[in-house]
Design a protein. Structure first.
Lengths: 215, 342
């Protein structure tokens, strides 16, 4: 088994130490960071997503796979360009909400797909989303919430982006258990991601649409 | 018939003068009591005041008094941050089980002494004293859910694979604590327990993982509730709940989110498949319809649910009703149940 295949398997098996060791070995033997990302990490995380959607995997397996993914990603990230072709994302869980598993999974899938994510963590003020988006010239602001009482902060992110004068330059993506397409439309968000896989697809669609418009 | 009688009749699949109405009531209490969330969840009086006002205002037949998810875990040392706002739920700051071995250090709590359980118990007593005509099912969370609150969701989920034996130690302690809490709630006059199983869905664990880490402890808790003379509403949260598993539990009522859009969740289908075994409490989408819909949307949804529900049915929100829910929407639900027979 090659290192690349080994990294894939280690991620699927949720084995962080093995994933890291094999990534070190692959890089030492001359594999490029982009090779590792595209041929191992992206392929593995796509399969993790498929297994989750088919219910072969659930959260325990997905979390361990994500951890293994990050143990490899930590090594290759400094070697990649800041934006590996996807785009720059500011991501976080909204104010007064500490539920960050969904956000972390979206971040992992976006990262595997070449997006560069600035993760603001959880309980993030709307203002902080806007400030960071302006600072890093983000393409996308992604926010998550698990509670109906904190959904309104996704609306406040829209307002904060307008106050910072960057709403026209950035796409917004919302997600979380009580969130829906209707909610996204109501608050003027550009997209809604049902789960981590869907979020990546929507992110690509939004940014491709933006790039088409710029041509 | 009063509310308690209606709910009792629905449990027995007997006819009722009108469809019983219930809500999953937690955070709405702070708004009704006109206090901030910390003032609500740290004061028995405010907690009871909020629940009683909500129940009377909307003429409900069933309520599930609760403050928040931390009133038990705080007893084990979980640290929570409070913000003085009516809608700011307490937020987890620090878990109690930092390392898997810490599960073994947890001790069975005394519900009359530890965490905010005394506040909740006293509040439940005030609610049952005042709402004698309403079915009162105070809420607690299932052992697996509590384990995730004490350990942190992410680490507890990983423990399912990495540290199953230690996780089981934690589940045993949580179960013993919850058994004692449930018995005390029933002593305070509760008709039964609203047992929130919020980790029993395919979006979180596999069916086998739930059988391994959820069911055994749930059943032990339910047995204790029954022995204490209480009934059980099983609140099955989330997308793709394991209704095949939960319909076999000896619970009187299953409350689930029929509008989640997940396969096999639609009310008519569930009613046909499990509705002769257990009374269902659902029909109102707490987010799309109650929170964001118009009174006309609410009226349509409530009427459809009543038509599908028949006997053995309680019109209820599929999950917690948000404190931000417009009053006119809740008033419309009351109007429908009082006037519409299906």
């Amino acid at each position: 088994m090659t290192e690349i295949e080994g990294i894939k398997k280690a991620i699927l098996d949720g084995e962080s130490i093995k994933a890291r060791e094999l990534t070190e070995s692959a890089l030492e033997k001359g594999a490029s960071a982009m090779d590792v990302l595209k041929s191992a990490l992206l392929v593995a995380m796509t399969e993790v997503g498929e297994k989750y959607q088919s219910r072969e995997f659930a959260l325990p397996e997905v979390l361990l796979a994500s951890e293994a993914f990050y143990s490899s990603m930590e090594l290759i990230e400094p070697l990649l360009k800041s934006d590996s072709g996807g785009g720059t994302v500011v991501i976080g869980t909204v104010k007064w909400d500490m539920h960050d598993i969904g956000k972390n999974l979206v971040k992992a899938m976006l990262t595997a797909n070449g997006f560069y994510c600035y993760d603001l963590g959880k309980d993030v003020d709307p203002e902080d989303f806007a400030r960071k988006a302006k600072e890093v010239n983000a393409d996308l602001v992604a926010s998550s919430t698990l509670m109906t009482t904190t959904m309104r902060f996704q609306m406040e992110i829209e307002e904060a982006l307008r106050r910072y004068g960057i709403r026209e330059n950035v796409k917004t993506l919302v997600g979380g258990a009580p969130v829906s397409k209707e909610w996204a439309d109501k608050i003027g968000a550009d997209g809604y991601g049902k789960d981590a896989i869907d979020a990546v697809k929507v992110a690509f669609d939004l940014l491709n649409e933006e790039r088409e418009n710029e041509r | 018939m009063n509310g308690k009688e209606r709910v009792e009749a629905a449990i027995k699949f007997e006819s009722v003068d009108r469809t019983p109405l219930g809500y999953v009531t937690w955070g709405v209490g702070a708004k009704e009591a006109n206090v901030t969330y910390p003032q609500y969840c740290k004061s028995s009086k405010n907690f009871a005041d909020g629940m009683i006002k909500f129940a009377r205002k909307y003429e409900v037949d069933l309520i599930t008094p609760g403050t928040d998810v931390w009133f038990v875990p705080e007893g084990w040392g979980v640290k929570v941050r409070y913000v003085e706002d009516v809608e700011a739920y307490p937020m987890l700051e620090e878990v109690a089980v930092k390392e898997p071995e810490d599960y073994e250090k947890l001790e069975v709590l005394d519900p009359r002494r530890d965490g905010r359980m005394p506040v909740v118990l006293d509040g439940v007593g005030m609610v049952t004293e005042e709402l004698r005509d309403v079915a009162v099912f105070p809420g607690l969370f299932s052992p697996l859910t509590v384990a995730t609150h004490v350990r942190g969701m992410q680490d507890a989920m990983k423990d399912v694979i990495l540290n199953p034996d230690l996780l089981r130690k934690g589940l045993e302690t949580a179960t013993e604590t919850l058994k004692e809490l449930a018995v005390e709630m029933i002593k305070e006059g509760a008709d039964g327990i609203f047992m929130a199983v919020t980790r029993g869905s395919a979006e979180l664990v596999t069916e086998q993982q739930y059988l391994d880490f959820g069911r055994e402890y749930d059943l032990e808790l339910i047995k204790e509730i029954k022995e204490a003379g209480g009934k059980v509403i099983l609140h099955v949260c989330g997308y793709e709940p394991f209704l095949d598993i939960f319909s076999e539990y000896p619970a009187e009522i299953i409350n689930y989110w029929d509008k989640s859009g997940s396969p096999g969740s639609e009310l008519s289908y569930v009613k046909k498949k499990y509705g002769d075994k257990v009374c269902l409490a659902t029909g109102l989408d707490q987010t799309r319809t109650l929170l964001f819909g118009t009174p006309a949307d609410v009226e349509k949804e409530a009427k459809e649910a009543i038509e599908k529900g028949g006997n053995g049915f309680i019109l209820c929100s599929g999950c917690e009703v948000s404190p931000a829910t417009p009053e006119e929407n809740l008033r419309m639900v009351t109007k429908v149940v009082k006037s519409y027979r299906g």
